[in-house]
Ligand binder design. Structure first.
Ligand code: FES
Length: 306
């Protein structure tokens, strides 16, 4: 079961040009551009094969609690915008060239973080992300050419302007990817508000299998329930904070559940995300058993420790 969750990547009909407008229609067409899937698949395998080790989670932003990529793009965008202003100032050719070079240096880590995130997206998101990356590559090439011209005494302003145009359109695509398609959002964030305060019954303890995660509903919110061999009960929100994958279909080992979609690992006792790409922990629930019936309630103020 995929994408049957809140905040999933849109896969519905194309928007009506007379309604949301041409920009959104173009974005919708890009989301549905299956022709991109071949190259996306090859690139996805290549990025996943990179020997990044623990750096991969760092690039995702797990240590930060949200994606790192939007933070890293501040440097190249800021430097390049500033260089565009300095290009209009007489006698500022050297600082403008310096800012173009600074932007190029900052683009490398931003791109690496972006590719790490991109490799774990759903196909509609990956198509938009691919166009975003392609435009950024064009922009970086323009700025590299501009810098080369500046270092040999020429102005290089037109190439820089072309790069800025590319980065601007790419930024719009990135915004669509992040907000419209919710690629970097915490897909479990609303759970504590969707479940009413207090205890909720989710069934009899005797009917719960031991050592196998099962899905239950609490106030119409899906949760994954695991009964340990010692009869300890662990309950987390079922929709993965990364992109909403069903944790109840995941594998349980060493007190953790692994999301079946992209492999994020969550600790069962408190929902802490021990491994990305998820950057946010999973909402956890308190449990109790009353007259053989399991009851759960949203846990407030969880003290997570990585
Ligand atoms: S949905 Fe991506 S790791 Fe769970």
């Amino acid at each position: 079961m995929k994408n049957a969750h809140m905040g999933s990547a849109p896969a519905g009909p194309l928007p009506d040009a007379a309604g949301p407008g041409r920009v959104l229609t173009a974005m919708g067409r890009l989301e549905h551009a299956e022709a991109l899937d071949g190259v996306a698949g090859s690139l996805r395998r290549a990025v996943r094969a990179l020997p990044l080790g623990p750096c991969r989670d760092a690039l995702h932003g797990r240590w930060l609690g949200h994606p790192l990529h939007p933070l890293l793009v501040q440097l190249p965008i800021g430097a390049w915008l500033s260089s565009a202003v300095l290009d209009l100032v007489p006698g500022a050719r050297r600082p403008a060239a310096l800012l173009v070079g600074l932007g190029l240096a900052g683009a490398a880590p931003a791109a690496l973080a972006g590719w790490a995130d991109w490799a774990e997206l759903e196909k509609e998101q990956a198509r938009v992300g691919l166009a975003h990356a392609a435009l950024n590559t064009v922009a970086v090439s323009c700025y590299a050419g501009s810098l080369a011209m500046r270092l040999t005494g020429r102005r290089g302003r037109l190439l820089a302007l072309a790069g800025l145009a590319g980065v601007s359109v790419s930024g719009a695509l990135g915004g669509h990817l992040a907000y419209r398609q919710a690629s970097g959002a915490n897909h479990a964030e609303a759970v504590p508000r969707l479940v009413a305060p207090g205890w909720h019954a989710i069934g009899a303890l005797a009917e719960l299998p031991v050592g196998r995660p099962v899905r239950r509903l609490v106030d119409d919110v899906a949760v994954v329930v695991l009964r340990g061999t010692d009869d300890a009960l662990h309950v987390l929100a079922d929709h993965c904070s990364h992109l909403g994958g069903p944790l109840s279909e995941g594998e349980v080992t060493d007190g953790c559940v692994t999301c079946p979609w992209h492999g994020s690992v969550f600790r069962l006792t408190d929902g802490w995300n021990l491994k990305g790409p998820a950057t946010a922990p999973q909402p956890a629930f308190d449990t109790r058993v009353t007259e053989g019936q399991i009851q759960v309630r949203v846990r407030v103020g969880t003290d997570h420790h990585a």
